[in-house]
Unconditional design. Structure first.
Length: 216
């Protein structure tokens, strides 16, 4: 199996998703849109497209690679290639399929419960959240999880969008804490909480989620 990965920022790599792929024998082809790389015009060699997180807003068309992102997601949907969107990716996927994104009532940063409606598919958490925008799912999409901040997971046909970050490892979260401590409301003790949770069952829960969403 082969997946095309859309990466948008240096500090938002596949993380645990790469660990999962290596264990399952998947090949991940990472395209760095922020570095000017472009996805292939045809996805015939890929079984999945996965769009990762970003500091950018999914509805900000001033972002240099935003149009490329939207074209890639639309092309995947038109070709019948299932898409998994994570945080920014989930928002961007919603936009590509007729939904949208807007500023959330409040930012959500830290380990949170997501209000799952399908616990056999998506565990309630806690999962790592780091976002200020809110997903508006496409028409006819099924909402899989919603908490007091907004939609946390949705599905439309073979496509799934997540607001939370199942792919993060300790290094990714530490990088975000260091980068945004002056501009974001980073909870006190988030570094220590992240180390504790990832040393516990978070990694196993992430692997189960990737199995359910990418192998199902």
């Amino acid at each position: 199996m082969r997946a095309l990965i859309l990466q948008h920022d240096a500090d938002a790599p596949p993380g645990l998703l790469a660990e999962w792929a290596a264990a399952r024998g998947w090949t991940l082809d990472v395209v760095r849109l922020d570095l000017g790389e472009r996805p292939p015009t045809s996805l015939q060699d890929h079984d999945r497209l996965i769009s990762l997180g970003s500091e950018a807003s999914a509805d900000d068309d001033a972002v240099a690679w935003q149009a490329t992102e939207q074209r890639a997601l639309t092309a995947a949907a038109d070709a019948g290639v299932p898409v998994l969107g994570i945080c920014f990716g989930g928002q961007s996927l919603a936009r590509a399929l007729g939904g949208g994104v807007r500023r959330a009532a409040r930012p959500e940063i830290g380990w949170c419960r997501i209000g799952t409606r399908v616990p056999d598919l998506i565990d309630d958490g806690p999962w790592l959240e780091w976002h200020r925008d809110e997903i508006l799912p496409p028409p006819d999409a099924e909402v899989l999880a919603r908490n007091e901040v907004g939609v946390q997971a949705w599905r439309l046909g073979p496509h799934v969008g997540l607001q939370f970050h199942p792919e993060v490892d300790v290094a990714i979260v530490e990088c975000w804490i260091d980068a945004f401590r002056e501009t974001a409301r980073v909870p006190e003790g988030l570094r220590e909480e992240t180390e504790r949770l990832l040393a516990g069952d978070v990694r196993a829960r992430a692997m189960r989620l990737f199995d359910a969403l990418l192998l199902g």
